[in-house]
Design a protein around this ligand. Sequence first.
Ligand SMILES: Cc1cc2nc3c(=O)[nH]c(=O)nc-3n(C[C@H](O)[C@H](O)[C@H](O)COP(=O)(O)OP(=O)(O)OC[C@H]3O[C@@H](n4cnc5c(N)ncnc54)[C@H](O)[C@@H]3O)c2cc1C
Length: 388
Amino acid sequence: MADSDFLHWPFFEQRHRDWAARVEAWAAEHAEALSHDTDTDAATIALTRALGEAGLLEAAVPRDGKLDVRMLCIARDILARHAGLADFAFAMAGLGTGSISLFGSQELKDRFLPAVRQGRSLAAFALSEPEAGSDVAALATIAQPDGNDAYRLTGQKTWISNGGIAGHYVAFARTGEAPGAKGLSAFVVPADAPGFSIVERIEVTAPHPLATLSFDGVRVPVENMLGKPGEGFKVAMATLDVFRATVGAAALGFARRALELTVDRASNRKLFGGPLFDQQMSQAAIADSATDVEAAALLVYRAAWLKDQGTPRVSREASMAKLFATEAAQRAADRAVQIHGGLGVTRGHKTEELYREVRALRVYEGASEVQKIIIARAEKDRHGQTTG
Ligand SMILES: Cc1cc2nc3c(=O)[nH]c(=O)nc-3n(C[C@H](O)[C@H](O)[C@H](O)COP(=O)(O)OP(=O)(O)OC[C@H]3O[C@@H](n4cnc5c(N)ncnc54)[C@H](O)[C@@H]3O)c2cc1C
């Protein structure tokens, strides 16, 4: 039985409880059922379409452009508890359009957002490169002016979620207004733009559509720029500032499922003449996972609530939420595997799937080490010391 007590915490309003009930009802019927296709692309497309048809992508791609981070977190928490790919489909609709919602002109919003909101088109956020992952300032894709009305993008992006199946890519490239991170700009690139291609598809531990992209002199009109020239880093960070806590929410959903499985197995597995639960070390594992879940939920929903209050940047709180929740989920998934013994590592068992599913969350949208640096710098500032 899903734990919904947290929805009565003071972070939430009635509309959040209604939203949770709606997402839960959809997920119970469709999330796992639509994830079973062994063709990951087909499953992601089907999930996105179904989420769109159910109206659930209205939260990820809001009509008024105002992203309600608590709604995003609730959806990811619930969807991840049911099926990782369902969470992925929902999250990418948001991440791949968030920069347009936040910084796009009305024309760009009208052109790209409705199809994603309805689940008819998939979206992607293309920041990482072979030589620039954690170190965004090292980004090498360039955007050179082509007359007064366009840029030409040249370079490669890699580990791009929805790469190969997205209808558009929000891509970041160097326009050179200043060195490092201050010389980047953001563009919306349609997937059918001449010169754009998929170099390779990438297989990862928990299957997701992922690819390396090539931009070979791709002509992009100036109207497709998000924000102003040189504001690309700001666009990327503001987008991640919204979505970072939601990665923590997905991790939370995985951790909740791991805890459910741990309690269930410990209660029903007979060992040494009684339930495994009677062994106190099993109780310790359950207590540790339950505490991890509650602490992760508090940090995730605190960060989401704070952002929704209009706090301009919540980097410290979002980083704490992502760091703690993703690491906690890995611990909870590992405990679930351990309690299940051989069954826990059996391919196709839910515990084994969770164990693989959680892993990438500790790497993408800022690895755990990067979150620690953000938190430590914020602490230094809070204690009145200047950061270098
Ligand atoms: C499943 C998946 C989906 C992804 N989807 C997208 C996407 O949609 N769009 C996109 O742009 N990117 C995406 N990425 C890329 C992801 O954001 C990068 O992998 C991530 O930023 C890390 O970059 P990197 O892989 O180059 O590792 P590196 O930058 O080489 O870092 C390697 C490791 O070094 C450590 N490290 C990093 N910085 C520090 C530090 N300051 N101090 C100490 N240790 C440090 C961390 O442990 C890190 O994992 C995805 C990745 C995965 C795995």
